[in-house]
Design a protein around this ligand. Structure first.
Ligand code: FRU
Length: 517
């Protein structure tokens, strides 16, 4: 057999058969645990096989493949010199691990960024028949950072002619220099159909900067946004800018995502958004209030895919928070991505709202769905057995706004979700949910104001995956994502009517999710 083919078969076996093959482990405690069955290992969320991961990077679809690059440190389970890790998928749920895509070089570490398909070969890296996949990322030079001249973060590019299997760094890097901003990073590039040019969204500490290019190599500054708008409790990171249709009307608006750390409503890291307009040069928004994509503590640095097959806006976030990301109690790997989510924009009661909701493909992983009827007088409660080992989905529609859901296990741990009509809040209390003492703020009760939730029936959808919970109200209008570290699976769910009216849920659905790995 030719050596190359042999290697291909072996590597596919290792990466594709990820669920069964034990990787090299370096601690005794993990050596005995089956690969992907380690304590707290999510089963239908992406996690690196081992070591540290943070932001999703270079989200791009090309030739049937969804690429997920990510901030990766291959030597340890804490943050270190950044590489781009890589995984691919055809459905964004089953992932194949790939070799590291980008290594640090003489210009610095490889921080976050994006990837585009250069269809017209504007860069000249490929040909019209074989357009290059171009990655645009931030270089972070640690040595220069120490000297304090604000020239340590610059932007670089690399290209691939084999759909992301290998990358070549551009010889003319960096393509955008810096001498002005301490924080100057996380380029998100997209092709603007209206002006027929590349646009780059970049953040510089407290604001967004927009650049344009004809060829991805030479960039011209266009405009800035946000110094006096939105939340400013911390540094702006990981921008994304895209256009969405408003509901099913003819109207379109532009949405700007900005991750911010610290300064999120429930502490530490979070992602705010602005709805506005982009004229090809400048983004403007007359939004007066702060808006958050997700009110839970564990959805950060999320961005969307370029070049999706049907133009849908697909999002993945890093399911952690810089406040405690380094301290969570996993041993082989650290941190997961959120479920892939579909983003849409709607006008709800006169407010533009960005909705994020699991991609439809997730429904295909559901098994053993049971439907029960829940009927509760004021103060009444009902217990429902949970049989899916914390890999499950709950889904129901209700008009109740005074309701609690308490997930309990035999170890005396519980996760409490509360809807409170009086305060117009949803609360996620993980203070007793499992291990919490690795960091002091981890157990703080998280709050989500639901003041624009319409009256009447809304869907409540909850996904548990071993060490995370994702809660979607009204199909993604209000969302909370949080990590949890229960020492055993929750085996019982207690639903309580905390209001003064009878609660009747005719179809309370619970299903297991077959692990995607
Ligand atoms: C966001 C972030 C980015 C940066 C990367 C470094 O979590 O701080 O701004 O590029 O992580 O790993």
């Amino acid at each position: 057999m030719p050596r190359n083919l042999y290697f291909l078969l072996i590597s596919n076996f290792i990466f594709f058969g990820a669920c069964k093959e034990a990787p090299k482990q370096d601690t005794d405690s993990t050596a005995e645990t089956a690969y992907y069955q380690e304590p707290f290992r999510p089963q239908f969320h992406f996690t690196p096989a081992e070591k540290w991961m943070n932001d999703p990077n270079g989200l791009v679809y090309y030739q049937g493949v969804y690429h997920l690059f990510y901030q990766y440190y291959p030597e340890d389970i804490v943050w270190g010199p950044m590489h781009w890790g890589h995984a691919t998928s055809t459905d964004m749920l089953h992932w194949e691990h790939k070799p590291i895509a980008l290594y640090p070089d003489e210009h610095g570490l490889i921080f976050s960024g994006s990837a585009v398909v250069d269809v017209n070969n504007t860069s000249g890296f490929g040909s019209p028949e074989n357009p290059p996949l171009v990655a645009i990322y931030t270089y972070h030079d640690m040595e220069k950072e120490k000297l304090g001249n604000k020239d340590h973060q610059t932007q670089g590019i690399a290209y691939s002619l084999d759909n992301g299997e290998s990358f070549i760094k551009y010889a003319g890097n960096p393509v955008i220099l810096n001498g002005e901003f301490q924080d100057f990073r996380d380029p998100k590039v997209f092709w603007d159909n209206n002006t027929e040019q590349w646009v780059m969204a970049l953040v510089a500490g407290d604001h967004l900067r927009l650049y344009k290019s004809d060829n991805l190599l030479e960039w011209t500054y266009m405009s800035e946004f946000g110094k006096d708008q939105g939340a400013h409790g911390g540094v702006w990171e990981c921008p994304d800018l895209f256009e969405l249709q408003v509901g099913d009307t003819d109207e379109t608006k532009w949405v700007l995502l900005i991750s911010i750390n610290p300064g999120a409503p429930n502490g530490g890291s979070g992602t705010q958004y602005f709805v506005g307009d982009f004229d090809g040069t400048t983004f403007t928004s007359d939004q007066k209030v702060e808006k958050w994509l997700d009110w839970g503590t564990d959805n950060y640095a999320g961005v969307t895919y370029n070049n999706t097959p049907d133009g849908s806006r697909l999002f993945i976030g890093w399911m952690s928070n810089w406040a405690y990301a380094r301290d969570t109690p996993t041993e082989v790997w650290r941190s997961a991505m959120t479920l892939p989510r579909h983003l849409s924009l709607d006008n709800i009661q006169g407010e533009y709202e960005l909705l994020n909701y699991p991609i439809p493909g997730l429904d295909g992983l559901l098994t053993d769905e049971d439907t029960t009827m829940v009927s509760l007088p004021p103060g009444g409660e009902e217990s429902i057995a949970l049989e899916h080992d914390n890999q499950c989905e709950l889904r129901f529609t209700t008009s109740a706004r005074d309701l609690t859901l308490r997930f309990e296990n035999d170890a005396g741990e519980h996760l409490l979700l509360e809807l409170d009509a009086g305060q117009k809040l949803m609360m996620l209390n993980r203070s007793q949910s499992g291990l919490t003492d690795f960091q002091e703020s981890f157990g703080t009760v998280q709050q989500m104001p639901i003041d624009n939730l319409p009256e009447g029936d809304v869907e409540v959808r909850i996904l548990l995956d071993t060490s995370s919970v994702e809660v979607f109200l009204n199909e993604g209008q209000y969302v909370m994502t949080a990590q949890l570290f229960p020492i055993q699976a929750y085996s019982e769910l207690v639903v309580t009517n905390t209001g003064t009216e009878k609660v009747r849920i005719p179809e309370f659905r619970i299903g297991g999710i077959i692990g995607a790995w």
